[in-house]
Design a protein around this ligand. Structure first.
Ligand code: MG
Length: 253
């Protein structure tokens, strides 16, 4: 199924639905509850304002998880995952503007596969890990590249509002271990790889992180970006496409 989160026009509150070809069927509950039910209510997909599909308490992001991306920075291949967090205030939806911060002079996209946690995960083994996953979505780990080295750690460079576009939907129909991932700026292809090139795979990452912090339903793990990063300007359109997960599109404002 493909799960979307959107603003219900009648109530003005967030609602969840199942995305069909071009209609959304609203559900009673959330995909993170075991007892959700389909309602009779159908809405044309083009009429809704989408929200980030996962209302995360934390976005756990992995740095340098593709060999070619580590090489483009001249950094060694990590022996353990490089992990950082983005705040929930960084979330942005498909179609939202990414705000170019005044203190930044080089703003980069990073195409990433995001794992969406469906069931609380604490100290889970690699073999149990995928049982805690609701599905997958697309993330753009937007980065103020010029601020990254200055700070020693990455909270400032990656934590601005709108720096974590997510969506457009969560799918439980794909195998995250082998998906084509592509980014484009103004239609020009910038990154092209496959999630089979991840240095640390998804079950390992879930198990490793769950031994540090409890992963809650709605939390995401953004699995890192392939090589080919570069800058964006105000007015640019950035699209990230992952096989089976659609296209996450945002403009820079
Ligand atoms: Mg990244």
């Amino acid at each position: 199924m493909k799960y979307v989160r959107f603003i219900d026009k009648a109530s003005g509150q967030p609602a969840y639905g199942i995305l069909g070809d071009d209609m959304i069927t609203e559900i009673d509950g959330t995909p993170f509850d075991s007892g959700w039910k389909l309602t009779e209510r159908q809405i044309p997909a083009e009429e809704v304002k989408l929200l980030p599909p996962a209302p995360f308490s934390k976005a756990v992001c992995i740095g340098l998880n593709y060999r070619d991306h580590a090489e483009e920075f001249g950094l060694p291949i990590p022996e353990t995952p490089v992990v950082f967090l983005k705040p929930s205030t960084a979330a942005a939806a498909h179609g939202d503007a990414i705000i170019y911060p005044a203190m930044c002079h080089r703003l980069d996209y990073e195409a990433e596969l995001a794992v969406v946690i469906g069931k609380k995960a604490k100290d889970v083994s690699e073999s149990e890990a995928l049982g805690h996953v609701l599905g997958y979505t697309i993330a753009n780990d937007v980065t103020a590249r010029d601020l990254q080295p200055k700070n020693g750690q990455w909270t400032i460079a990656k934590g601005f509002d709108t720096f974590m576009p997510l969506g457009p939907y969560i799918s439980d129909e794909v195998d995250g271990s082998c998906l084509m991932i592509t980014s484009r700026v103004n239609g020009e292809t910038k990154q092209k790889s496959n999630t089979s090139n991840l240095i640390f795979g998804i079950p390992y990452l879930i198990s490793y992180i769950s031994r540090v912090m409890t992963l809650l339903p709605g939390d995401i793990i953004s699995t890192g970006t392939p090589g080919g990063i570069s800058g964006m300007q105000k007015g640019d359109t950035v699209e990230i496409e992952i096989e089976g997960l659609g296209i996450l599109k945002n403009t820079i404002a």
